[in-house]
Design a protein around this ligand. Structure first.
Ligand code: NAG
Ligand code: NAG
Ligand code: NAG
Ligand code: NAG
Ligand code: NAG
Ligand code: NAG
Length: 213
């Protein structure tokens, strides 16, 4: 794992979080009747990871992300709406479970800034942040319908699999932030090549930049 972590350290961005307004409550799950608001965070049961609204230093945009709860300065490991930010401070935004059973990030006008795209299989759903850092949407039996590990940002956490998403067949890449204040997809991407044996590979745009051994 050490090797993996240093291999992707070029993609890892460390910055300070601006404290969001009166972060007051913490919750352990999101349900259809209990969305997550900007004044709350979701914490994993062992208090290892935290999910909530954040604004990078130097940015006027608001994102939903996951960070290590007890690491200073905070290190964001996953961003939901990296392509479509909310404008800070949007206190009317919420992360909710919609009537179609998917997680949705909406603003006060119900415009969607990010959503999961899982098919409907059960009526009751909840979402929780696991101690592994995986943010999961689950059914009434706690079986996983979607997980943030299936949709990585720029950080490989232990337990996350690179390569191909087993459910969708989609290739998984880590993609760098554009800059320290902008989590939108940047130039650098890391993935595993499909040759045998598979090799970790980093590209700068379309140019190979680094190949692992
Ligand atoms: C959500 O969290 C509350 C409070 O900890 C707990 O009582 C409830 O059982 C949890 N629900 C699910 C679906 O995990
Ligand atoms: C958090 O924000 C929501 C939505 O604006 C509001 O209903 C709730 O009362 C707030 N909770 C606290 C503890 O401030
Ligand atoms: C982040 O903001 C704090 C104060 O708001 C400032 O002291 C610090 O230099 C900033 N850091 C970066 C990386 O911009
Ligand atoms: C959602 O999934 C369906 C079926 O897999 C696909 O056709 C559609 O393009 C997806 N939509 C988004 C927004 O990813
Ligand atoms: C939960 O598990 C029970 C027993 O295995 C099954 O009958 C039920 O359909 C499952 N519910 C969902 C929502 O998957
Ligand atoms: C990545 O590519 C761009 C455009 O070719 C170049 O300007 C930049 O220096 C490269 N970065 C690194 C770290 O090689």
């Amino acid at each position: 794992m050490r090797l993996m972590m240093s291999w992707c350290s070029c993609l890892v961005v460390v910055f300070l979080l601006q404290a969001s307004h009166g972060t007051s409550g913490s919750a352990y799950n999101i349900t259809a009747s209990e969305p997550l608001f900007p004044n709350q965070t979701l914490v994993s049961s062992g208090q290892i990871f935290e999910l909530g609204f954040f604004t990078p230093n130097g940015s006027e945009n608001q994102y939903v992300g996951i960070w290590y709860k007890n690491l200073a300065p905070p290190k964001i490991v996953w961003v939901a709406n990296r392509e479509l930010p909310l404008v800070y401070p949007d206190q009317s935004a919420k992360l909710m479970i919609g009537s179609d059973g998917n997680l949705k990030l909406v603003n006060g006008k119900q415009n969607i800034f990010w959503s999961t795209n899982a098919s409907r299989r059960s009526n009751y759903r909840s979402a929780a942040l696991l101690d592994s850092g995986n943010f999961v949407l689950q059914d009434a039996n706690y079986s996983k319908i979607w997980g943030s590990f299936d949709d990585p940002t720029d950080t490989l956490l232990p337990g996350m699999k690179m390569g191909v998403n087993a459910r969708t067949g989609e290739k998984l890449y880590l993609i760098s932030w554009r800059s320290d204040s902008d989590p939108s997809p940047g130039r650098f991407s890391t993935g595993i090549t499909s040759e045998t044996p598979p090799q970790p590979f980093t590209w700068n745009g379309s140019t190979p930049y680094w190949r692992g051994g």
